[in-house]
Structure formats: structure tokens, C-alpha cells
Design a protein around this ligand. Structure first.
Ligand SMILES: Nc1nc2c(c(=O)[nH]1)N[C@@H](CN(C=O)c1ccc(C(=O)N[C@@H](CCC(=O)O)C(=O)O)cc1)CN2
Ligand code: MG
Length: 291
């Protein structure tokens, strides 16, 4: 292995500490802590772990956590009613509905119901549109975390060639928009792209979010590339990324591990977005770029 390891776990811990540092001043100005409501529907084991972590880290940052656990049989109307209640609650600055939802529920309609000013996941089409047009809004946590790791490693990204693999609304598309806003030359590829190695051969930055274990091979990479692996694939009880780590690590300049790379950044960025939402809602000044 010659690549440098990008320690997302350590970076995320630093980000959570910077968020926590800002909470007392907000509380002094408003008489309350920032509040995050997380909604879990059903018993998906991975989702339950993520929701527990979100609650724990929200409290550790000095913020208020409101957890809503609903049965797998919850109806669309009941879920929408809860979102309406959270939209109207002044103690709630951020609302997150844990995905995936059980199959009988309409995720798009639920996300559309969240007040865009409380949409700390950045999944509402209003915030997606703001990101696409370069206006301030909320950026989805996973691609925001990837961008922070990239800027920490590479500094100014201007002019770099970036290839994003995966076109989901949650990672691939917002990632491409963020890198475009940072003046990268971005190619958005996906599982159906013909001749992916052709595009990767020129990429200074690779973000893999395709959802297939070991999909990206080391020999496809440009030597020295910075590789961000968003994949969390469970194979025979172990976690695997979307990148063949051993092969890629002998070619890349730097790479995120799985676990311990992008994953921890997702929750840290959620806390960051909640802090930002609270300040914006209360009209309290915050230097958002310093966090
Ligand atoms: N409403 C949302 N739903 C989902 C999101 C999201 O951002 N908003 N993202 C994922 C799940 N997720 C957070 O919700 C998440 C995934 C992974 C991690 C993480 O820390 N992963 C660890 C490994 C953990 C493990 O062993 O499973 C790592 O990569 O090191 C945190 C949060 C889908 N749903
Ligand atoms: Mg995510």
C-alpha cells in the first residue's frame, strides 16, 4: 500500500467538537439548545444503529435530541401528521426521516412535506434546487462530508478532474453539484456507464457511490488520485466499500477506508447542518465556513 489513509473518523470527531463549541453561545442568545428530531419507521437493524448513533452524538454535542420510533405498520397519513407536528414545533430546528422507509410508504411525499428550513438532510427538492443553482440551502450530509475530506487533503480543488460514480439523489447528484461549484471538471458516471476505466484514467478525484462491493479496480485509477469510497456493502458479515481497497491503495495517492472513512462524516455533517439550521431560524449570526 502506498496511498495515504484519509481518516474520516478522526476528521468527524474534530467536526463534532467544533459544532459542540458553538452550542453554548447559541443557547445564551436564545435560551435553548439546537434541536434535532429523528424519525425511524420499522425495525431495519442498520437504520436502528444509525438512529441510535445520531441521538447519542446530538446529545454529546450539547444539542437536544427528539427520537420518534414508529412501528413498521405506520400509515402514510400518520407519518405525514408527525412531520407536520415537527414542522410546527419551535424547539425542533432539524428534521430527519431515516431512509429507507418500509415499502408501503411514499418517501418522496414524506420528504416533500418537511419544512425546507428544517431539512437538515438536504433531501427536499427545494434544497436540491438551491444546491444546483448555487444558492445557500442545506447540502446532503454524505456528499458534504466527502467534500470536506477532499478539501482537507487537496486544498483548492479548482481545475481538478473529478469522476463521481453513482447518480443517486442522496450522494451522486449532489456530489457532482458540489464539485462543480468548487470549479472541478466533473464527470457523473454510473453502473451503466460504458468504459468507466476511460473516464477514471484522467480523474484526480474519484468518488465511488455506486452501491456495489469492490466495483472500482485499482488498475483503472490515475496514479496519485484521491479516492473517496462512499460504499457500505455487507458481504459475508463484513463491510466492503465500492472500491477494491487493496488494489486501489497501491495506485492512489490517498484513499478513505471502509469503515472509518466517509461513514462517520455523515453524522458529523448532520450535527453541523442542525447547528446551521438553528442559527438561521433564530437569526443568530454564525460563521458557517469556519465549522
Ligand atoms: N435520512 C437519511 N437516511 C440515510 C442517510 C442519511 O444521510 N439520511 N444515510 C445512510 C445511513 N447513515 C445515516 O443515516 C449512515 C451510514 C453510515 C454511517 C457510518 O458511520 N458508517 C460506519 C460503519 C458503520 C457500520 O458498521 O455499519 C463507517 O462507514 O465507518 C453513519 C450513518 C442511509 N440512510
Ligand atoms: Mg447518507
Amino acid at each position: 500500500m502506498s496511498a495515504e489513509l484519509i481518516d474520516g473518523k478522526a476528521f468527524a470527531a474534530g467536526l463534532r467538537a467544533r459544532v459542540a463549541q458553538q452550542v453554548p453561545a447559541f443557547a445564551a442568545a436564545t435560551g435553548r439548545a439546537p434541536g434535532l428530531a429523528v424519525v425511524l419507521v420499522g425495525e431495519d437493524p442498520a437504520s436502528a444503529v444509525y438512529v441510535r448513533s445520531k441521538g447519542k452524538m446530538t446529545c454529546e454535542a450539547g444539542m437536544e435530541s427528539f427520537e420518534h420510533r414508529l412501528s413498521a405498520e405506520t400509515s402514510q397519513e400518520e407519518l405525514i401528521a408527525l412531520v407536520d407536528q415537527l414542522n410546527a414545533d419551535p424547539a425542533v430546528d432539524g428534521i430527519l426521516v431515516q431512509l429507507p422507509l418500509p415499502g408501503h410508504l411514499d418517501s418522496e411525499a414524506v420528504l416533500l412535506r418537511i419544512d425546507p428550513d428544517k431539512d437538515v438532510d438536504g433531501f427536499h427538492p427545494f434544497n436540491a434546487g438551491r444546491l444546483a443553482t448555487g444558492l445557500p440551502g442545506f447540502v446532503p450530509c454524505t456528499p458534504l462530508g466527502c467534500l470536506m475530506l477532499l478539501e482537507d487533503r487537496l486544498g483548492d480543488l479548482t481545475g481538478l478532474d473529478a469522476v463521481v460514480i453513482g447518480r443517486s439523489n442522496i450522494v451522486g447528484k449532489p456530489m457532482a453539484a458540489l464539485l462543480t461549484a468548487k470549479s472541478c471538471t466533473v464527470t457523473l458516471t454510473h453502473s451503466r456507464t460504458r468504459n468507466l476505466p476511460h473516464y477514471l484514467a484522467h480523474a484526480d478525484i474519484v468518488v465511488a457511490a455506486v452501491g456495489r462491493a469492490d466495483f472500482v479496480k485499482g488498475e483503472w485509477l490515475k496514479p496519485g488520485a484521491t479516492v473517496i469510497d462512499v460504499g457500505i456493502n455487507r458481504v459475508d458479515g463484513a463491510l466492503r466499500g465500492d472500491v477494491d481497497f487493496a488494489g486501489a491503495a497501491s495506485v492512489a495517492g490517498a484513499i478513505t477506508p471502509v469503515p472509518g472513512g466517509v461513514g462517520p462524516m455523515t453524522i458529523a455533517c448532520l450535527l453541523r447542518n442542525t447547528l446551521v439550521a438553528a442559527h438561521r431560524r433564530e437569526g443568530v449570526a454564525l460563521d458557517e465556513d469556519s465549522i
